[in-house]
Design a protein around this ligand. Sequence first.
Ligand SMILES: *Cc1c(COP(=O)(O)O)cnc(C)c1O
Length: 406
Amino acid sequence: MFDIQEIRSQFSILDREVNGKPLVYLDNAATSQKPNSVLEVCHAYYTELNANVHRGIHTLSQLATEEMELSRRKIQKFINAKHDFEVIFTKGTTEGLNLIAYILTQKVQKDDEIIISYLEHHSNIVPWQLLCERTGAKLRVIPIDENGILQMDYFDQFLSEKTKVVSVNQVSNALGIVNPIEEIIAKTRKNTDAYIVIDGAQSAPHFHIDVQKMDCDFFVFSGHKMYAPMGTGILYGKREILEVLPPFHGGGEMIATCSFEETTYAGLPFKYEAGTPNVGGNIALGAAVDFMNKVGHQAIQSHENALLEYAQRQLLEIEGLKVYGEKAHRTGVVSFNLEGVGISSDVGMILDKMGIAVRTGHHCTQPIMNFFNIAGTVRASFAIYNTFEEIDLLVEGVKKAQRMLG
Ligand SMILES: *Cc1c(COP(=O)(O)O)cnc(C)c1O
């Protein structure tokens, strides 16, 4: 077992008060807090190392380059990519998904099909709609049942030689539902030659990720949801695929030679990293991976699952409270509403007065809200530093909100 107080002591922000109450931070699915080790790496970068990477002969440029490439190798190990150059630095999941949808343009034709699911974040919907607009392809959406579970018989029917891309999240940010991506990947491979894209924004912070075992073609996630700074993220892509697909952004860093007649592209990963990267942030993402490795995936998962169980059990005891999504298939998130309270933000505002940070609204997943015929939910989401006492405070706060709004 790990020492929760020791973990909490690594996050200075958790000592602050909000509205005169100790902060209870339960908005981790939107962004996690950052441990001091990560903040120190950011500070040290700008006080000791700052220089542009890859093009400098001078010492600082070389040191900064080495640190960023070391971070890339840490992330390679973290997701078990076969090669370090399969790890592309981005500014987050949104950029990763847009990049993939863009570079696949030539591979998709009129009347081809892209399969996504009802549980996707807008950033795994809109880039594919844009691809469909460019190409005339069609979007097919795996429906969910009333428990928020994907209806896989529809997926089976959708799969055909027209399927060119299957893009789903591993964990839903709105409901915390863990999707059967093993089954989705296996069936896609068996029946099609479609590209398989996994949105790992809500799984990378919680699960051990092994992209080789998973056998996806692309895996994307955000650093800021797993203890790293904002503006960091990763796109993993298989070597054979990235090597032949065209670049996304053009600019510095991504060329081998450039003339007005002809430009040739740099090899991986630089072909996909045009312009000056977020060097300090990318190095700090490596420090966030160190932090997670030190705590250990086992500890992260068992603590977060215990928190979820505990929260779920207590919340469900509140009469007139509805939790969305099948409880056996969830991780890290509990999404709920109070009967008779039309606006989830009213609950959020009362909780905020008590120092409790939760998210309310549609969570960038309007199709899910439409499915349940609601405008939004109250969402509490957990990280390694949350405690059972904080859940008690949440439950107390929700009961208070119910009394005030009911
Ligand atoms: C947060 C999130 C995104 C978007 O990530 P950004 O960091 O905002 O780019 C995409 N998908 C899921 C499942 C998310 O939770």
